[in-house]
Design a protein. Structure first.
Length: 287
């Protein structure tokens, strides 16, 4: 494992994306802490880290030392105020709500890390940057789910993001084995627009009775070589997350991103996909 000068980072939020981000940095040898106040989510996070590390070790993807560090070496903190000062990197990965993110990012900036990033998949980086002390050291670092499997990070340059910050973010991402692309701060960036438009169209097809969820996904996987169908992927991302992003992009880019009725109804019923056991598909829940 390469020794790096910068190996101290934190993730804000212990949800699906936060756990994945923490895992890949821990595997890469970084000292990692996760801020998550919810005790149940912390327990779930620990289980995911242990399961992922054990699987990586069994498949020969990790050394014993990497697996131990990823499963046992991630520190848990209850609040942003508990973060050490002057960390090399802090990545915010909380729900896609502007008010929540701006509040948390302001608290993070007070801890004076070298680089602050948001894992947002849709919100404006330039708007979020208003919350931090030095906008030149803030940008988007958009990871993809599952983080340990998908080898790219989308870097989003805000209006005031410096070249130094982009270079730092690129090096940090590459230290985890990821490649990067850099995009302008436009609604939906590059990847969210491409991904969401396919998912929303698949939902409308299901709503219109064109085909079953299984067959719609099968068509994309087999005919167009997508690694996963858009409906199953939506379940994994979280239907509530899909709905938040769709509403945001429909306001910014117009009716082609308007959320389908079936998505709104599933979220209203609490069927959020894999994390609740039911979405477009049924998901076995481990206990």
């Amino acid at each position: 494992m390469n020794q790096r000068k910068s190996q101290n980072m934190a993730v804000i939020g212990g949800g699906t994306m936060g756990v994945g981000i923490a895992y890949v940095f821990a595997v890469a040898g970084w000292k990692v802490c996760v801020v998550e106040p919810d005790a149940l989510r912390i327990a779930t996070m620990q289980n995911i880290l242990q399961t992922a590390a054990a699987g990586g070790l069994k498949r020969g993807k990790l050394t014993a030392a990497q697996a131990e560090h990823a499963s046992e070496g991630v520190e848990r903190l209850a609040s942003v105020q508990d973060l050490p000062r002057f960390l090399d990197l802090v990545i915010e990965s909380i729900p896609e709500r502007l008010d929540l993110k701006t509040k948390v990012l302001a608290e993070v900036a007070d801890r004076q890390p070298r680089l602050v990033a948001s894992n947002t998949s849709a919100l404006s980086i330039s708007e979020l940057a208003k919350s931090v002390i030095d906008p030149s050291l803030f940008l988007g670092m958009h990871f993809f789910n599952p983080v340990w499997s998908l080898p790219m990070v989308e870097l989003i340059r805000g209006d005031q993001t410096s070249e130094a910050a982009l270079t730092m973010a690129r090096e940090f991402a590459q230290s985890t084995g990821k490649t990067t692309i850099t995009v302008r701060d436009v609604p939906g960036f590059a990847t969210s627009r491409l991904d969401l438009i396919a998912s929303l169209e698949a939902m409308r097809m299901l709503e219109d009775g064109v085909a079953s969820a299984q067959d719609i996904d099968h068509a994309l996987v087999t005919a167009y070589r997508h690694p996963m169908g858009p409906l199953r992927l939506s379940d994994i991302v979280g239907l509530d997350v899909r709905l938040d992003i769709a509403r945001h992009l429909s306001q910014a880019l117009g009716p082609r991103y308007e959320p389908p009725r079936i998505l709104e109804e599933l979220v209203a019923k609490g069927h959020l996909g894999q994390k609740t056991g039911q979405g477009f598909f049924s998901w076995p829940q481990s206990h």
